[in-house]
Design a protein around this ligand. Sequence first.
Ligand code: SF4
Ligand code: SF4
Length: 95
Amino acid sequence: MALLITDECINCDVCEPECPNQAISMGPEIYRIDPARCTECVGHFDEPQCRQVCPVDCIPLDPAHAESRETLWMKYRRLQAEARLPVASALQSER
Ligand code: SF4
Ligand code: SF4
């Protein structure tokens, strides 16, 4: 399950740099989480890092994005592969 930032967010900026998947960004009014990039920190940490640091506890699970741990792991693997792609492309173009 991806996580969700509620409108109780006070825009303290603390969670965004903690996300290992770059899933958190500033929205029109408050921060938001991209469900395509949130793995609940599976693959990186035992606990969701954004929840650990949020001072107002406004990051619940998003019921609209229910996912098993296996699905979250697959998402982590996809994100890792995507992160490596630009490097692979650059190496190929050097040949
Ligand atoms: Fe990022 Fe982890 Fe929070 Fe998901 S749970 S938004 S991956 S810090
Ligand atoms: Fe909002 Fe919590 Fe993130 Fe601060 S840590 S920006 S209050 S979601």
